[in-house]
Design a protein around this ligand. Structure first.
Ligand code: BF8
Length: 673
């Protein structure tokens, strides 16, 4: 009896676990069925108090050495040492940059895979992949030093597109391991930014090398100066943001099309009881693009009908969801923390996964239903015997995708109708924004560039730009911080650029529609959104697409009137519910690009106050951007707004904002009269 009670107490409280009603319903449903989810495990398994402080070193077999900070100890007279004598600063910095290395590797290896597929498309080796967006190819080529014209007999002519594609593929692949020089995309940043990186010695040489050097430097007995460690952390993070991630985004756009705004829906309610439901989860669009193509083809739709279904419903989880949403309008099934719940609907015929953010727990959940859990990537398999591995290869992509979709359809008849419960909740979304479409909507026909956006920032209708991104974390209420931060920003006239799971959370909450502006925005931002017909929260894609935020911010600098560098902009970054190493890499390339970046939940730096101060304060003197940690979402947003106001003041446009607010008030008075 006591045991039973204890068991009961350890289950998650659905309402305390998520702000989302569909998620609450499914947590309850899982508990009724006796299926454990991450929400329940989060109750039982508490994080290690020393690890969370960042001062546990397990880089050799003399340890792990744990140096918890005891209350009242003066950090400047801190005699804590590991066996080898490493200080808390060294340990925390080593751990921190190892996270950067892992995060940068994840994004960049994804990018490499896309570059390899791009190469096979350029060589015309594949019947599934082609150069779809030739304009983007021509736009990207010069940044990789590839000429788009050629001189023949004294005349300048357009170069053959196949030739350009091949050279772009070669140059792009070279970025991972070239012998000399520096990453070619670094020069896409505003010039003063590039000069700062050069002066500080952090220009990445090639992507792989920066990761390897972190692993070397953090091996026992190598780099034992936290500032020098962070220098390499910076170089590696830049190799992610302005390298691997940016290449992934560009090459994906060329292969699969540059996103433009489109309409769709978000949340578990997108699944359909009378359809074959296929959930695609992971990150690389290389596979999911072809699955979408196959599943939307008549052959498979007819096959599904022959098996008693009305059709095929695709849905996405995590960043794959964002990839296929932004290019095809495939609806979002949910965020990172909802992956188990999609299966618990009992209506998921197949969950197809590739890399990153995919839980092994899915195997256990799938076992309780008819769901086929299909791994597809050679580097990401699961040990469980109910997991099917269909290795995906770009050379026979179409056959692989057909096999997967057919397997899902065949599984429809195995569904147990009594176990089906799909929550009703979903919301409409407008997604598919990017550097190009922001220019289209906020550029202005005559002047091009980002003129209208800049003009509205300068006149104060838009107070500034918030980049809000990142994961869910079981340690905080699902989506609460995401939504609170975003709502607080738009209420204060800060336009939000979003990616990753924050974008999905915003979609679920209904914040990705132009109509949102009238409900949640301050008057200035509402007016702009209404005039140009955009949502106040612009969905820019997946986590590798944070590179779109960097480039959009660069365009803002180029359009003029808001300073000369990214660090001059009235802008701030945020990851309110981060959890992955990728988020640390993203956070750090934002900081090194000059952005004040606030994280929620926790940061593994508390046990090393000197190192923490370096990240939170000293960094600003070097890069113009710095880290911050603010778990409370309202305070989190307010600190971002305070920073934006600080930048407005430095630019001398703080007065303009006051004037506009007075104008608005005057106008309201007039309206009332
Ligand atoms: O790369 S936001 S939980 S899904 S890590 Fe993962 Fe975090 Fe979601 Fe995409 Ni990004």
């Amino acid at each position: 009896m006591a045991e039973e009670k204890e068991k009961k107490e350890k289950l998650a409280d659905p309402v305390a676990s998520s702000i989302d009603v569909a998620t609450q319903e499914m947590i309850r449903r899982a508990q009724q069925l006796g299926i454990e989810t991450a929400f329940d495990r989060g109750e039982k398994l508490k994080p290690c108090n020393i690890g969370t402080q960042g001062i546990c070193c397990k880089n050799c077999a003399m340890g792990p050495c744990r140096l918890p900070l005891t209350k009242g100890v003066d950090p400047l007279n801190d005699d804590r040492r590991s066996i080898c004598g490493a200080t808390p600063n060294t340990i925390a910095a080593r751990n921190f940059i190892r996270m950067i290395a892992a995060g940068a590797s994840a994004h960049s290896d994804h990018g490499r895979c896309v570059a390899e597929v791009f190469m096979s498309a350029a060589r015309k080796e594949s019947d599934a992949y082609f150069i779809k967006d030739t304009q983007k190819l021509l736009d990207v080529a010069p940044h990789l030093g590839v000429a788009t014209t050629v001189e023949v007999d004294g005349q300048v002519k357009d170069r053959d597109l196949d030739e350009i594609a091949l050279e772009v593929a070669e140059k792009a692949l070279g970025e991972w391991g070239k012998m000399e020089g520096e990453l070619l995309y670094l020069k896409r940043a505003p010039e003063p930014r590039y000069e700062i990186w050069k002066k500080l010695g952090v220009l990445p040489r090639n992507i792989d090398r920066e990761v390897v050097e972190i692993m070397h430097r953090t091996h026992v007995g190598v780099d034992q100066d936290y500032k020098n460690l962070m220098k390499q952390g910076t170089r590696c993070a830049l190799a992610d943001g302005w390298g691997g991630s940016m290449l992934a985004t560009d090459l994906q756009d060329i292969l699969f099309g540059t996103p433009y705004p489109l309409q769709s829906e978000a949340n578990l309610g997108i699944m359909k009881e009378d359809h074959v439901n296929i959930i695609i989860h992971g990150h690389e669009p290389v596979l999911s693009e072809i699955i979408v193509q196959v599943a939307q083809g008549q052959e498979m739709i007819d096959y599904a009908k022959s098996k008693g279904a009305k059709g095929i419903q695709l849905g996405g989880i995590c960043c794959t969801a964002n990839e296929i949403l932004q290019r095809h309008g495939v609806p979002l099934a949910g965020t990172y923390l909802q992956q188990e719940l999609a299966i618990i609907t009992g209506a998921c015929e197949a969950m197809v996964v590739d890399i990153q953010c995919v839980w092994q727990a899915l195997a256990n959940v799938a076992r309780c239903f008819h769901t086929k859990l299909i791994t597809t990537h050679p580097i990401a398999r699961m040990e469980e015997d109910n997991v099917i591995h269909i290795e995906f290869d770009e050379h026979h992509a179409l056959e692989d995708a057909k096999k997967i979709v057919k397997m899902a359809i065949d599984n429809f008849q195995n569904r147990d109708k009594n176990k089906v419960l799909i929550p009703k909740h979903k919301n409409p979304v407008i997604a598919g924004f990017g550097v190009e479409s922001i220019e289209y909507h906020l550029g202005g026909t005559f002047r091009g560039s980002y003129f209208t956006l800049n003009d509205n920032i300068i006149n104060g209708r838009i107070r500034g730009i918030g980049g809000v991104v990142g994961c869910n974390n079981i340690r905080v209420r699902h989506n609460e911080a995401h939504i609170t931060v975003v709502k607080e920003l738009i209420k204060n006239d800060v336009i939000v650029l979003t990616t990753g799971c924050n974008a999905i959370a915003c979609g679920m909450e209904g914040l990705l529609t132009p109509e949102t502006a009238q409900v949640y925005c301050g008057p200035g931002l509402a007016e702009v959104c209404e005039t140009v017909g955009i949502p106040p929260v612009l969905h820019l894609g997946s986590c590798v697409d944070n590179s779109r935020i960097l480039l959009a911010a660069t365009e803002v600098v180029r359009a003029g009137g808001l300073g000369k560098d990214l660090s001059d902009l009235p802008a701030a970054g945020s990851a309110p519910e981060w959890m992955s190493e990728k988020a640390i890499s993203i956070g750090h390339y934002f900081v090194a690009s000059g952005v004040y970046t606030v994280f929620g939940v926790t940061l593994p730096v508390e046990g090393a106050p000197v190192f923490k101060n370096y990240l939170f304060n000293e960094m600003e003197k070097l890069y113009g951007g710095m880290w911050d940690l603010v778990p409370d979402p309202i305070e989190h947003a307010r600190k971002m707004i305070a920073h934006i106001d600080k930048k407005r003041k430095a630019l001398g446009i703080d007065k303009a904002r006051e004037r506009v607010l007075l104008d608005m008030a005057d106008r309201q008075k007039l309206d009332a009269a």
